[in-house]
Design a protein around this ligand. Structure first.
Ligand code: GUN
Ligand code: FE
Length: 452
């Protein structure tokens, strides 16, 4: 019983669609029809055999329907809930130090270079293009402390058509790279300018995010001010929490009045239902309960957690606490900008926990598929717009060809849709992602936006 859509149909796909719902980690629809309207929203989903009736109700020509091949399917776009756009330049290197030493040695010196807008443009263009071709339709970005370069990241994501949350990093404490920090006043004023100028652009798919780097790089006053800015403007918030043990110990020493790391952020109103915190490897059950209570979510970044030897997040336990959770690449602590890698590392992390304790209930690939799509959209509070193929949501999708010529997968037998998805998640890469859509617009393959 299809919903009536007010906008006209722009195009219709016929074939296999896979997505997740709250109830079902993997729902497969074979020989189905999916119509996208001129506003980029999913207008209807129905059975292929009802083509005639649907074409009359929604007024499209059955001859214009695009038929997927037997090795193809549509799936929702991948949601990267945590990625540092400005660290992309050194992704794949500098993985030999633990977090705090890694920040001081590699990260801060590189991030300080983003004062240079031309350098920023080069790196940000690459990261947006690379993540889009890898199927990331929504990305939640950390930039650097530089307002203008961060505004540029928003513009580049918008120009390429990626859905994006974009944060100007705030930090008024940095004892190792002293030129890479702000005063409290500067951080406050530049955050306000960033938000104002970003919102003035009226990008349809990009939003600004209040971004205290993490407790160790922010004074109490700054945390308090950022909590107020987020609240007064009803904005998203992102930061890091409980990533490695040394960090947690230092937070304890710097904020002795707080009961826990979670308590530091909670105290300054930084845990809301629009907050996403990266890592959370070592959170206690009590802290997870605060996440549940406040509606704040976690971004699981397993490549980074392994690469910097930070910890192994027990996703099963997070899910048992009913805390919203998505996956993140955490470039460049994580060396891969592909969400397919995040899916694989999430499965690895879960299996490591099962090796350590056979009673641990290993995550299934279907569950991890949900975390990479619907889970991410929920973690970013964007699930009213994206995350699965519900009628009325924006059409954010990948057209996957598991048997793409020259691609990494050899199909020996003809396989069912569930197996095709499993093979793609475990073995696929961008060669299998033949089209990417965000809000109905085809963004891959892309044409370079014209220079201004
Ligand atoms: N904690 C504070 N800053 C960072 C960062 O840039 N990367 C990671 N992985 N953790 C952090
Ligand atoms: Fe990070």
């Amino acid at each position: 019983n299809p919903d009536k859509s007010s906008a006209a149909i722009a195009y219709v796909y016929r074939g296999t669609f896979v997505h997740s719902t709250q109830q079902t980690a993997l729902q497969v629809q074979e020989d189905a029809l999916l119509g996208v309207d001129t506003e980029g929203k999913i207008a209807f989903i129905g059975e292929g055999k009802k083509l005639e009736a649907l074409s009359q109700v929604f007024q499209f020509s059955p001859s214009e329907v695009t038929q997927l091949t037997e090795h193809e399917f549509l799936m929702p776009g991948l949601v990267d809930t945590h990625i540092h756009a400005c660290q992309y330049s050194y992704a794949g290197t500098a993985l030999d130090l633990p977090l705090l030493q890694w920040l001081n040695t590699y990260t801060f010196p590189v991030e300080s270079r983003f004062k240079d807008l031309e350098f920023a443009r080069r790196v940000y263009t690459h990261v947006v293009k690379r993540t889009l071709t890898n199927g990331t339709t929504t990305a939640c970005y950390f930039a650097s402390i530089h307002t203008d370069a961060t505004l540029l990241l928003g513009q580049i994501a918008n120009d390429f058509g990626q859905r994006a949350l974009v944060g100007k990093v705030c930090m008024d404490r940095n004892d190792s790279v002293k030129h890479y920090r702000e005063s409290i006043q500067e951080s406050h004023d530049e955050t306000c300018r960033f938000i104002k100028e970003f919102l003035d652009k009226k990008y349809p798919l990009a939003k600004p995010v209040v971004t205290p780097r993490f407790a160790l790089s922010c004074s109490r006053e700054l945390l308090e001010q950022l909590g107020k800015i987020a609240k007064n403007n009803n904005l998203h918030i992102q930061s890091h929490i409980s990533e490695n043990k040394e960090e947690i110990q230092l937070v304890k020493e710097l904020f002795p009045e707080s009961e826990s790391y979670t308590d530091v952020y909670h105290k300054y109103n930084l845990l809301t239902d629009k907050t996403v915190m990266a890592h959370g490897c070592h959170l206690s059950d009590k802290e997870l309960a605060v996440f549940k209570e406040t509606g704040a979510s976690l971004s699981h970044c397993p490549n980074s957690n392994f690469s910097l030897c930070s910890g192994v997040l027990n996703v099963r336990n997070v899910l048992k606490h009913k805390v919203k959770l998505g996956l993140g690449t955490d470039v460049a602590g994580g060396y891969s900008s592909s969400m397919l890698d995040a899916v694989r590392r999430t499965l690895d992390a879960s299996k490591i926990l099962t090796i350590q304790d056979p009673k641990h209930e290993t995550l299934s690939f279907e569950e991890v598929f949900r975390l990479a799509t619907l889970g991410g959209s929920q973690a970013l509070s964007l699930d009213d717009q994206t995350g699965n193929f519900e009628v009325g949501k924006d059409f954010d999708a990948l057209r996957v060809n598991v048997a793409a010529p020259g691609g990494p997968i050899d199909l020996i037998h003809s396989e069912g849709p569930k197996t095709l998805l499993e093979k793609f998640l475990n073995l696929g890469d961008d060669r299998n992602i033949v089209e990417v859509f965000v809000a109905g617009k085809k963004v891959v393959p892309f044409t370079e936006p014209k220079a201004e």
